[in-house]
Design a protein around this ligand. Structure first.
Ligand SMILES: [Zn+2]
Length: 87
C-alpha cells in the first residue's frame, strides 16, 4: 500500500517527499518509526521518524538492511544525482 504523508524534506537534496511505497511481499505494509526508506530524487537512505516522516539520515549499517536490488538502485540514483550536481 502506498502511503501519503503531509510531506518531509529530504535532508540531502531538499526535495519534498510526500509518499512512500513498501518493497517486499506484503502490499499492505505501512511504515513504522525507524523503518528504512530511500529518497527517489537523490538515492540517500533515510529512516522514518516518530511522525512517520522519512527525515532521519540512515547510517551505512542501516542501509545494509535493504535488499541488494534496492541498494543497487540507490547507487544508480545517487550516481545520477551527483552527476546532475556537477553540471
Ligand atoms: Zn533526496
Amino acid at each position: 500500500m502506498s502511503t501519503r504523508h503531509p510531506g518531509a524534506q529530504c535532508p540531502e537534496c531538499q526535495s519534498k517527499i510526500d509518499g512512500a511505497s513498501p518493497c517486499g511481499d506484503d502490499p499492505e505494509l505501512a511504515p513504522t518509526p525507524g523503518d528504512l526508506s530511500m529518497c527517489l530524487y537523490c538515492g540517500v537512505w533515510l529512516l522514518f521518524d516518530e511522525q512517520l516522516l522519512p527525515t532521519i539520515r540512515a547510517t551505512e549499517l542501516d542501509a545494509r538492511m535493504a535488499p541488494i536490488e534496492l541498494r543497487r538502485e540507490a547507487e544508480q540514483i545517487r550516481a545520477l544525482y551527483v552527476e546532475r550536481l556537477a553540471h
